[in-house]
Design a protein around this ligand. Structure first.
Ligand code: B12
Length: 447
């Protein structure tokens, strides 16, 4: 009979892999899981973005390694996982990518956590202690958000991140956009944390600035109204993602501003209603874009607009049209993306079924960005899409555009006056180096 030796002083290393320079924003998944770990477990945390992991020299002596995996970081995550497993340290992978493709992830891990993990995490730790780690862990149903503890932000490095705290108040999204990964992850659910829990957490935060990492902070009108009102006395400054459908009424925009909202990331995606309908992004109506933008600007809320190129109705005129719109409406920042078939999204399956997916499993390529688009667009060539995408960035962050987009006529806000030009300059340099010249510094074994 084999004797089971229970690990008593257990050490867990939690890792967020990085493929290249990125926004220095703290991760939230691991502080949550750390708060749910037994108190006698010693947790360490490495953000590969802040301290790149050298796969020969930097591996720690621990009893378990947990890695957070997005599609974009999958290859790097697998490299790190393989290196630890070579040293006989058990590895568990979790997050949005392993949830979409658990079997692929399992090739590089001893165990895969599929979906949300609040309820399974303590059991998983106990199984490691008993030497009985299972190949897959799947939580029954979705996490009840009243059970989310205050995240242990103390595990995060004190230096290197932007001076802000990340907070989550909802999970899921009420919408079903074809290209988005989150409905697969959260199913049909859209859940909210009790406002009192949020207030309690926000009160304890170190920084004046917060980022809400919710997919849509104002997806439910009555909840968001209550939340925003509760934020007013806390006197924080915050930014987050919001959908256009919640921004149509001026009184809602005013409440946003009063709650401390300083800027919003908005997925406009396209100026073509046909594209939006085909992508099931019914909540966006391009005929309303200008009014909503104006109303946000009037209340001093800056906008980072996200646009996607490569939809079925996009022909080569889309680039000029989108950039002109973004300049005329004076967006503070714009992000232009090439439509991407993320694994297990409805868009991925559609282009695959239509025989248009030219690069399946593109996330396993060494420098994947160099090969986008991974599918054949309908009304232009892949090459034209790539070139137009580069032109859009170049034009939006050109000096004349920066000048035209500055809000001379509005009252001075922090963004409007003090950080506008430094941010534009940063984006101008990013565009030149990363987008136009394609000089991305990817992590490799031998950096
Ligand atoms: C905040 C955010 C960001 C922040 C990241 C900040 C940070 N350091 O975490 C910023 C703005 C930098 C960002 C950037 C990008 N993002 Co983003 N982002 C999000 C967002 C809105 C929330 C993520 C989050 O914090 N969730 C909260 C935590 C608590 O949830 P979680 O991470 O899922 O963790 C839970 C479980 O998954 C599990 N779990 C997670 N990891 C692990 C590990 C182990 C071991 C275990 C056991 C469990 C476990 O436990 C947690 C508790 O249940 C998501 C949307 C979403 N709802 O997931 C998109 C999302 C993750 N992003 C996405 C994308 C595409 C990107 C970019 C590629 C965009 C771009 N083109 O540049 C970049 C890539 C960044 C990179 N790393 O290279 C996609 C990813 C799709 C995919 N298949 O990978 C998402 C899903 C958005 C979407 N609508 O499709 N993003």
């Amino acid at each position: 009979m084999t004797k089971v030796v229970r690990i008593i002083f257990m050490k867990i290393e939690l890792i967020v892999p990085a493929v290249e320079e990125n926004a220095r924003i703290p991760n939230l998944a691991f502080p949550i899981l750390a708060a749910l770990s037994p108190t006698d477990v010693q947790i360490s945390f490495t953000d590969d973005l802040l301290t790149p992991i050298h796969l020969e020299k930097d591996l720690k002596e621990v009893d378990l390694v947990g890695i957070n995996v997005l599609t974009k970081t999958a290859l790097r995550a697998y490299e790190i996982a393989d290196a630890y497993r070579k040293k006989k340290v058990p590895v568990v992978l979790g997050g949005i990518h392993p949830t979409a493709l658990p079997e692929e992830a399992k090739e590089h891990a001893d165990s895969v956590a599929v979906g949300e993990a609040e309820e399974i995490w303590p059991h998983l730790i106990e199984d490691v202690r008993m030497g009985d780690l299972k190949p897959f862990y799947r939580q029954e149903g979705y996490t009840e958000l009243s059970k989310i503890p205050i995240p242990r932000r103390d595990i995060l490095p004190k230096r290197g991140y932007l001076p802000l705290d990340v907070v989550q108040v909802t999970r899921g999204c009420p919408f079903r956009c074809e290209f988005c990964s989150v409905q697969n992850f959260f199913g049909e659910t859209y859940r909210f944390r009790p406002i009192s829990d949020v207030v309690e957490e926000v009160r304890r935060l170190r920084h004046r600035w917060m980022m809400f990492n919710d997919d849509n902070i104002i997806g439910n009108h009555s909840y968001s109204k209550e939340l925003l009102k509760a934020l007013i006395p806390l006197k924080k400054k915050w930014f987050g993602q919001a959908s256009l459908s919640g921004l149509k009424k001026v009184e809602d925009v005013e409440l946003l501003a009063r709650s401390g909202c300083n800027s919003l990331f908005i997925g406009f995606e396209s100026l073509s209603k046909k594209n939006l309908v085909k992508s099931q992004k019914f909540q966006n109506d391009p005929s309303e874009y200008r009014e909503i933008i104006k109303s946000l600007h009037r209340y001093g809320i800056a906008i980072c607009g996200s646009f996607v190129f490569g939809f079925d109705e996009d022909d080569p005129s889309v680039f000029e049209e989108t950039v002109s719109f973004s300049i005329q409406t004076k967006l503070f920042l714009a992000i232009f993306m090439i439509l991407t078939p993320y694994p297990e999204t409805a868009f991925y399956h559609r282009v695959k079924n239509e025989g248009r997916l030219v690069q399946d499993r593109w996330w396993l390529l060494k420098n994947p960005e160099d090969f986008a688009p991974y599918f054949t667009p309908k009304k232009m060539s892949g090459e034209a899409l790539r070139e137009g995408w580069k032109r859009a960035w170049k034009e939006f962050y050109s000096f004349p555009s920066m000048w035209k987009r500055f809000h001379w006529d509005y009252s001075p806000t922090l963004i409007n006056r003090f950080v506008y030009f430094p941010f534009q300059w940063m984006q101008h340099r990013f565009t030149k180096k990363k987008i136009i010249e394609g000089r991305r510094r990817y992590r490799t074994h031998s950096f």
